[in-house]
Design a protein around this ligand. Structure first.
Ligand code: DQA
Length: 147
């Protein structure tokens, strides 16, 4: 089983960026955490981070032609704006779980709507790094049940 884990814009600035909201650990620590969670769950993973919407769309489309079984995505700010990322996820129809470090439902009104949630199997928000671990385990169990 192989997962593609996508992180959107400004997540590469973790540790520097609004640490009171996103924590003090940097992006390298998040990547290491995700890799460990995948290893522990017995799944292969590929990590992708990009600040550009079109590059994220391209990476999702590419996944259709590869051996990717599931997608974990934190679309960051594009969560709230991107019909293009929603459409790409719908186009490839690869089971997807959405993750947010912060509790978007408790923040500004503009963060409370997620386009990606319209296609994601589940949205996990407000659990920090642990949300990615939960997403990986959820996706693995879902794929095993629906094999
Ligand atoms: C985020 C929440 C988004 O609203 C924000 O734009 C981000 C990060 C999160 O992980 O909490 O960049 O997706």
């Amino acid at each position: 089983m192989k997962f593609l884990v996508i992180n959107g814009p400004n997540l590469n600035m973790l540790g520097i960026r609004e640490p009171d909201i996103y924590g003090k650990q940097d992006f390298a620590s998040l990547q290491e955490y995700i890799r460990t969670q995948c290893t522990d769950a017995g799944v292969e993973c590929e990590l992708f981070q990009h600040n550009h919407e079109g590059s994220i769309v391209d990476r999702i489309q590419q996944a259709y032609f590869e051996d990717i079984d599931g997608i974990v995505i934190n679309p960051a700010a594009y969560t709230h704006t991107s019909v293009a990322i929603l459409d790409a996820l719908k186009a490839v129809a690869i089971p997807t779980v959405e993750v947010h470090l912060s509790a978007i439902e408790k923040r500004e009104a503009f963060r409370q709507f997620s386009y990606v949630s319209l296609t994601a199997l589940k949205t996990i928000a407000g659990k920090g790094f642990a949300g990615y671990g939960e997403a990986i385990r959820y996706l693995k169990a879902y794929l095993e049940e629906n094999a």
